[in-house]
Design a protein around this ligand. Structure first.
Ligand code: AMP
Ligand code: ZN
Length: 472
């Protein structure tokens, strides 16, 4: 069965076939952060969804080349830098660094390229594209010295967002990066410098100024991936006007169809409203880490809800993520312990049949437009069945070895495996003393040592194979 994806452009589920005649290389562009603040976990939902998409395509044998841009000049970054009294580049650097740290915390795979809008080669590309649009009569410089895209020159404008332009009656011009559908009009490609921009300015054939947000993505995408992309992603708030504008600019410049599959994740909500910096109802990843949640738990909470469903953010959701991960960890630990009791057995194909089908269903669910809740259902069935087989002495070590192999494959997509942390020497020494206390039947000492171990963040469990240490 091929991978099927929901294309926002057609509102249909479509079989995925990349442009590459060999059917292997996939070109994917994902709108990255506007670096004027720490990413909130709404933004992060988009990045986690894109990570799942990339990992699943890779699991299916595709070679994904992914670009994630950094918007380091736009209305919001300029406003932020001014409010902070800092140079734009110094101001955005703080949030670029924080963003890369967040990607690590969330186990998100690095994109192949992270272009930033202010890098000279991309600014040059933006100016080149705008110049071409002006030459072709598609863009024009207005009295305010800014350059605008003439909407009437692109009849397909509005197709991605399914807008009826006749009803909306586009009129006038919009100079800001973001605007409502009601204010639709010719949009800015190059914004003439004004005092509010301070020292943020570049020279261009139309005088000093800076690029509009939309042309930045068209330029970075086509510079790195060429005129035609396989997949372009973002959150649903990007559909209009950002992605609509990207299509108009790119297609008028290259003459090619810009994107074959548009994919958008639904919003992360708080109390029925979109989590956003503007509304102030947001949590950053840092806030959650400060409260004791881990990146893995946040990843789980965001990843395991199908990407097209709005996801309500709650602490109960994080608690459920913690409990589910504990269940997976415990299962991996049990199966590994059991498997290593008899180390030289190999998986016997015939014994593996029922378990392999679970793994197959896991990936088949993801083929169906990343149906992660279906996939997780199959994973937990596999966990339940194998735990029960182990409880009843029905699991063979060979099967356990096979299960661990399946888990490795599944984990390439989920990235939920616990970090393997070496047990600190101090904890090992206490555990050893505790063993001696137990051997001497000194139970009060044994309990005290258990508490000391717990205070260092470890739990000691007595199993028939001896004490086992795990992180709390
Ligand atoms: P920004 O930094 O605002 O440019 O957004 C970066 C990415 O996060 C874009 O793909 C947005 O569509 C996405 N995004 C912003 N807010 C949310 C939200 N509440 N839920 C899901 N994705 C979001
Ligand atoms: Zn973008």
């Amino acid at each position: 069965m091929p991978v099927r994806l929901h294309n926002t452009y057609t509102r249909q589920l479509e079989d995925f076939t990349p442009l590459d005649p060999a059917g292997r290389a996939v070109k994917m562009y994902t709108c990255g952060p506007t670096v004027y603040n720490h990413a909130h976990i709404g933004n992060v939902r988009a990045y986690v969804f894109e990570d799942l998409l990339q990992r699943h395509l890779e699991a299916r044998g595709y070679a994904v080349e992914r670009v994630m841009n950094l918007t380091d000049v736009d209305d919001k970054t300029i406003r932020g830098a001014r409010a902070a009294g800092r140079r734009l580049a110094d101001f955005t650097q703080v949030y670029k660094d924080a963003f890369f740290q967040d990607l690590g915390t969330l186990r998100i795979k690095r994109a192949s390229h992270f272009p930033a809008a202010t890098e000279p080669q991309y600014l040059a590309r933006m100016i080149e594209m705008i110049a071409q649009l002006v030459r072709d009569g598609i863009a024009y410089q207005a009295d305010d010295k800014s350059v605008y895209f003439r909407l009437s020159k692109f009849p397909d404008y509005g197709k991605l967002a399914h807008l009826n332009l006749d009803e909306l009656r586009p009129s006038g011009r919009v100079n800001s990066d973001e605007y409502e559908k009601e204010n639709i009009g010719d949009f800015a490609l190059w914004k003439a410098w004004d005092e509010a921009d301070g020292d943020v300015r570049w020279d261009s054939p139309w005088g000093a100024g800076r690029p509009g947000w939309h042309i930045e993505c068209s330029a970075m995408a086509t510079a790195l991936l060429g005129p035609e992309l396989d997949i372009h992603c973002g959150g649903v708030d990007n559909i209009f006007p950002h992605h609509e504008a990207e299509i108009a600019q790119s297609e008028c410049c290259t003459g090619e169809k810009f994107v074959r599959y548009w994919m958008h994740c639904a919003h992360l909500m708080v109390d029925g409203q979109k989590m956003s910096k503007k509304l102030g109802n947001f949590h950053t990843l840092r806030d959650l880490m400060d409260k004791g949640w881990t990146g893995r738990e946040v990843r789980f909470a965001l990843l395991t809800v199908n990407y097209r469903l709005p996801l309500n953010f709650t602490l109960a959701g994080l608690e459920a993520a913690r409990a589910a991960l504990a269940r997976i960890d415990e299962w991996v630990r049990r199966i590994s312990d059991f498997r290593f009791q008899i180390s030289d057995q190999q998986a016997d194909e015939s014994e593996m049949v029922p378990l392999v089908s679970r793994e197959r269903y896991f990936f088949l669910a993801l083929d169906d437009d990343l149906n992660i809740s279906g996939a997780m259902g199959h994973l937990f069935d596999m966990i339940r069945e194998s735990n029960s087989a182990l409880d009843h002495g029905r699991l063979t070590p060979a099967q356990a070895a096979g299960l661990l192999h399946l888990w490795e494959l599944i984990n390439c997509v989920l990235a939920f495996h616990p970090d393997s942390v070496a047990v600190p020497a101090a904890v090992l020494a206490l555990a050893e003393q505790r063993q001696q206390a137990r051997a001497g039947k000194d139970w009060p000492a044994s309990d005290r040592l258990r508490d000391e171990i717990a205070a260092l963040g470890w739990i000691v469990k007595d199993t028939k194979d001896g004490p086992k240490l795990t992180q709390r």
